[in-house]
Design a binder for this molecule. Structure first.
Ligand SMILES: *Cc1c(COP(=O)(O)O)cnc(C)c1O
Length: 711
């Protein structure tokens, strides 16, 4: 039992719960704002840098005692409570937890083991499962160098930089077996064994295990396997996935977990199903076919993209090199085993596809929005001969976002005041959000403006840093950008991966028209762009370059800006402060999209193509739609139409509505739309609702072992 304030802070720092409780972060900052910046906002590093008695002395002197005690007792109660949603609705999950496998987890920017939406979703899934009391253990990889940091050169060209994650500054510790020894796992491949140690983090009530191949027993090359997320060739990729799947299950077992359900978040981790088949065959004497059926009964799979490149495929030789040991152990043929990853098992040249493996080895598969469900059923129809497209057993559970992580502090206060005390526990109830309609227009608008101003300050600061790095000998450069953006302009955000289908440059179809929009003297508009292109995606990098070059054009300087190195932290500022969030992908390639949900929670309005989640969320009064549901058969015609529609919607709907003000300078019709957005969508597109859906539609049925379908 911690006694001193510094002990209590140590306890708070040891659980990533602080990442969605700003009141904890505030305490650290207030103890020593300068040190807090120096240690890069890491509670662990902060407490290492400041002696415990000094922490105690300052906390008392600054009157922080009650805030520390409050946060401490809140976390203790959170961890001990057995009056959770899952206690009453989780049934068998309370006896055996869910194992949630993912190649990425986006919990906080200081733990860079994510690249984008998939990771953010996995992080939000763990946090909501924790809030709801769903017993869950995440399994992923610890990438020492994380995903790359984006740096743009003077020409606006993206370069990738890798640093080392300061593990000692993070609340990570070696995972221990029941006897208290650090866990190491190993897989015997033909070319020598592949081992990994295991790290553990606490995410509220949830546990996250992360495998790390940097151990002495591995070859030099294998020690670097888990260095980077998506940083290597096919061979590195399959070896990472061997560690995640085979090693992940062994890590769970070694730590004493006995999961009842296995959730594959995307196909990267699908090898875990083969390791479970091995267990059942070797330990329980099942046949190959029986093992396949039984493993599938307890496996659920979420597919995340209709884009072909998003589905891992490995050449037969590469697959055999990594799975050959299994055929020997199990006494099955190479083709039997590799057939599990093929649409046509008899086609010996067909590559081994992780999505196919996941589909064959799961009882329930789901896409991440209604449209994505249709697209996925069409895409995988070939795996289910004799089924029509509609009969393909892939359903959908639409994604959601974690309210505690994405809602700004000022909006949180406003909601708490008007929406009711136990609001945070009732996020999925429509009526819990009804109070938002009663918030005065002025109060909601002021809270939004405050966050918008914070965003502008943040962007100016980042732009100044970017300039200082690019032109270290020209201080006037960073002084110039420090005045970029203005507070009264309609501020439109666009931040996401720069994959070509997301069409970041759709507005650049008509530069003259765009110039008129941003330079309008009474109704100015400004754009904040951010996002990374995949290191090998030259096309994506060219899109970034075009936007950067536009931002240097005198007509657009200070009105179109690009913030480098998009991550969870940049995303938080953007979604909390923008007026409008723009999303204009090629339909139907946006599986779901979650950034727009984060914006909606904070009262920003979405301006989006009717794809992914927006096709489910938009009702005509809660944001803006670009174009119609149907698309033209020829992509270039559709692109022309979409760009025309986007301009038209901006000029005729978005801008006039934003600048129509009352006597207090409040855009009343706009604010009404903000409220409509929140009341009509917040209860549906949050990750508590998403996890509840997974529990009742997938996890609990799978725990009972009832067959949903014959694979
Ligand atoms: C939410 C989020 C995403 C996902 O956004 P999309 O709408 O799917 O593009 C990607 N990256 C970061 C850093 C995020 O926070």
């Amino acid at each position: 039992m911690p006694n001193t304030l510094s002990d209590k802070l140590l306890f708070l720092a040891s659980n990533l719960y602080w990442t969605w409780h700003p009141e904890i972060i505030g305490v650290f900052r207030d103890i020593d704002p300068e040190l807090w910046t120096q240690v890069n906002f890491s509670p662990v590093a902060f407490l290492r840098a400041l002696p415990a008695d000094e922490v105690d002395r300052r906390s008392l002197r600054l009157n922080l005692e009650s805030r520390i005690n409050f946060a401490y007792h809140r976390l203790v109660e959170y961890l001990d409570s057995d009056r959770t949603w899952a206690r009453f609705h989780g049934g068998p999950l309370n006896a055996r937890p869910v194992a949630y496998f993912s190649a990425e987890f986006g919990i906080h920017e200081s733990l860079p083991i994510y690249s984008g939406g998939l990771g953010a979703l996995a992080g939000d899934h763990l946090k909501s499962a924790s809030d709801l009391g769903v017993p869950i253990v995440g399994v992923g990889l610890l990438y020492h160098q994380g995903y790359f940091r984006q740096v743009l050169d003077a020409n606006g060209w993206q370069h990738e930089e890798y640093g080392f994650m300061p593990i000692d500054d993070l609340p990570l510790s070696p995972a221990l077996d029941p006897a208290g020894r650090p866990v190491e796992v190993s897989i015997d491949l033909a070319g020598g064994s592949l081992g990994a140690r295991v790290w553990r983090a606490r995410v509220g009530r949830a546990t996250l295990l992360m495998l790390d191949s940097d151990i002495p027993g591995n070859s030099a090359a294998d020690r670097g396997l888990t260095a980077r997320l998506y940083g290597g060739d096919r061979r590195i990729r399959i070896r990472q996935e061997v560690i995640l799947g085979f090693g992940g299950l062994r890590a769970l077992r070694a730590c004493g977990f006995d999961p009842g359900i296995f959730h594959l978040n995307e196909g990267h981790s699908a090898f875990v199903t083969l390791e479970r088949m091995r267990e059942r065959m070797e330990l329980d004497g099942l046949s190959f076919e029986d093992a396949q059926r039984e493993v599938a009964l307890r496996t659920v799979f979420t597919t995340h993209t209709p884009v072909e490149a998003g589905h891992d495929r490995f050449a037969p030789d590469l697959a055999e090199e990594h799975l050959g040991w299994l055929t020997h152990r199990l006494g099955v043929s190479r083709e039997q085993l590799l057939g599990l990853g093929r649409v046509h098992p008899g086609d010996h040249g067909e590559h081994f596809c992780m999505t196919v493996l996941a589909l064959k080895l799961s009882r329930a598969a789901n896409a991440v929005s209604a449209i994505h469900g249709h697209v996925s059923r069409r895409m995988w129809n070939r795996l289910f001969p004799g089924h029509t497209e509609r009969e393909v057993p892939i359903g959908h559970i639409t994604n959601g976002v974690h309210v505690g992580s994405w809602l700004s502090p000022s909006m949180t206060k406003v909601y708490e005041r008007h929406v009711g005390e136990r609001w945070a526990e009732r996020l999925c109830h429509r009526d819990a959000w009804e109070g938002v309609a009663k918030i005065s227009n002025l109060e909601l608008w002021e809270a939004h403006l405050y966050e918008k101003h914070k965003l502008i300050e943040f962007v100016r600061h980042r732009l100044a840093e970017q300039e200082a790095r690019r032109s270290p000998h020209d201080p006037s450069a960073s002084a110039r950008v420090a005045r970029h953006l203005t507070r009264n302009a309609l501020t439109i955000g666009f931040a996401r991966r720069y994959a070509t289908y997301k069409r970041a440059t759709l507005l650049l179809h008509d530069i003259e028209r765009l110039a008129k929009i941003v330079n309008h003297k009474d109704r100015p508009v400004q754009f904040v762009y951010a996002g990374k292109a995949h290191p090998q995606d030259e096309g994506g990098k060219r899109l970034i370059q075009q936007i950067v070059q536009l931002s240097r054009d005198p007509r657009f300087a200070g009105k179109v800006v690009f913030v480098e190195d998009y991550d969870l932290g940049v995303a938080r500022h953007l979604v909390q402060g923008v007026d409008v969030w723009l999303n204009n992908p090629v339909k139907p390639l946006e599986a779901c999209g979650t950034s727009g949900m984060k914006v909606m929670l904070n009262g920003g309005l979405n301006l989006s193509i009717l794809d992914g989640w927006w096709a489910e969320g938009y009702d005509g009064s809660n944001g803006f739609a670009i174009g119609t549901v149907e698309s033209h058969a020829r992509p270039e015609v559709q692109e022309q139409r979409d760009s025309e529609e986007l301009f038209r919607t901006l000029e005729e709907a978005v801008i006039p509505l934003y600048f129509r003000r009352n006597a207090e300078d409040v855009p009343e019709d706009w604010v009404r739309r903000m409220k409509n957005g929140i009341t009509s969508m917040a209860w549906r597109f949050n990750s508590d609702r998403m996890v509840m859906d997974y529990v009742s539609l997938n996890y609990v049925p799978a725990s009972g072992g009832q067959s949903a379908r014959m694979p």
